[in-house]
Design a protein around this ligand. Structure first.
Ligand code: PLP
Length: 402
């Protein structure tokens, strides 16, 4: 690390991913234009099959966004007023937003500070201490709300502790819905010895193809997966106004359809996804070496890899590379002043958001989530990132701490 050539480094540069795929993608988009079939259709059906195979899911349904995929899954489960759903306060807003939009109550439980994922120990504590089993077998909390589901988020591309969540789901009769928005292709060692893939380990899951996710569309798109065929039939109808057959509605759904243009772009990209995830992982390894060599580990915590060493293909897919330091804001300002892209995911826990004031949570309720919100910083990790750029990032960080 003696002679580092200093340069600007963006947090993400999607143009580099597009360049080699440009001709193929433009040809595919032109074919959609020629077909004039834009909403759902054969491209979406093909993509659904490819993604179900990729994720190991029984059913997959294209949707207009990850948020809409979550919403439609929850509608299909009949979640609404009088219900409660447990999730993490340290995630993108929509995870809890969808629960609230349906009139149900989000119940937060704190995160594991090593992985930033929902802590199953905290979830179990809540169920044991604040809930009871009613005479009909449902789990009811102290406000009389019926617990329906748990949504663990595989944040930043590392799977939450699904063995524990599956056990809790079975024991309490709760639906386990994985938030796979940041974790397509991420794997986890299941207790039966098999490798579970994000989106196939719970009862249902949703994915986002927002452009910054590992598999990004050219706009908004998402997908819902599930294992139960009754639920699948409802999701399929509800994403299209609950229509089945055409113009007959036994349920009230909405327009949560995927566009054919998004499907064809995602089909073009899917064959490269494993290589991109592997490149992200290699970049993470390089950061680890560089931070070590620069003697920075006394100042920084690097991402944990709790599922390493279990013979998994992708035990972390690094949608984001998150470091933590108690000097986060000053470090961020230093990096930005030197044109190094970085971002805070997320600066305020969901239980402290103004729109959720009605839930009655207060500062201090979820201390690990609150501490993470103050200390974490995302660094560039995209697949095309070059070693010299990573050296620059680490040199700038060393400059800050010295
Ligand atoms: C991106 C994201 C979503 C929402 O997906 P959209 O496609 O943007 O609607 C949900 N949860 C998490 C954790 C996300 O990162």
């Amino acid at each position: 690390m003696t002679k580092v050539e200093i340069m600007d480094v963006p947090l993400l540069d999607l143009k580099l991913q597009y360049a080699p795929l440009r001709a193929e993608i433009q040809k595919r988009i032109a074919a959609i234009c020629d077909s004039q079939i834009f909403c759902l259709g054969t491209k979406v059906v093909e993509l659904e099959q490819e993604l179900a195979d990729y994720c190991g899911a029984a059913f997959a349904f294209g949707a207009s966004s990850g948020t809409d995929a979550q919403l439609v899954l929850m509608m299909a489960l009949g979640i609404g007023p009088g219900d409660a759903v447990i999730t993490t306060p340290y995630t993108f807003f929509s995870t809890a937003g969808c629960i609230a939009r349906l009139g149900a109550i989000p119940i937060f439980a704190d995160i594991d500070p090593a992985t930033y994922n929902l802590d199953p120990v905290k979830v179990r504590e809540y169920l044991e201490e604040k809930c009871h089993r009613s005479s009909d077998g449902s789990i009811v909390n102290e406000d009389g709300l019926v617990l329906r589901a748990i949504i663990p988020v595989h944040l930043f591309g590392c799977c939450a502790e699904m063995n524990a969540f599956r056990a809790i789901g079975a024991e309490y009769g709760l639906h386990i819905m994985e938030d796979s928005a940041q974790s397509i292709g991420a794997e986890y060692g299941l207790s039966d010895g098999s490798a579970g893939r994000s989106g196939s380990m719970g009862d249902s899951s949703y994915f986002s193809f927002y452009p910054t996710k590992n598999l990004g569309a050219f706009g908004d798109a998402g997908m819902a997966t599930c294992r139960d065929d009754g639920l699948a039939t409802r999701v399929d109808a509800l994403r299209n106004h609950g229509m089945s057959p055409r113009y007959y509605h036994s349920m009230i759904g909405g327009n949560f359809r995927m566009d054919a243009i998004q499907a064809t772009v995602l089909q073009a990209k899917l064959p490269y996804l494993d290589d991109w995830s592997a490149a992200r992982f290699e970049n993470a390894e390089r950061y680890r070496r560089l931070f070590n060599q620069a003697d920075l580990l006394q100042h920084l915590t690097l991402p944990a890899e709790p599922h390493a060493g279990r013979d998994l293909k992708h035990h972390h897919i690094y949608n984001q590379y998150i470091i933590r330091t108690n000097q986060r804001d000053a470090l961020k300002a230093h990096l930005q002043a030197n044109n190094i892209g970085c971002e805070i995911y997320y600066p305020l826990s969901l239980h402290q958001q103004e729109c959720f004031a009605y839930l009655g949570c207060k500062k201090g309720d979820f201390p690990e989530s609150e501490r993470a919100a103050l200390e974490t910083l995302a660094l560039p990790i995209f697949p095309e990132l070059r070693p010299e750029q990573q050296e620059t990032v680490v040199a700038r960080i060393r400059e800050f701490f010295n």
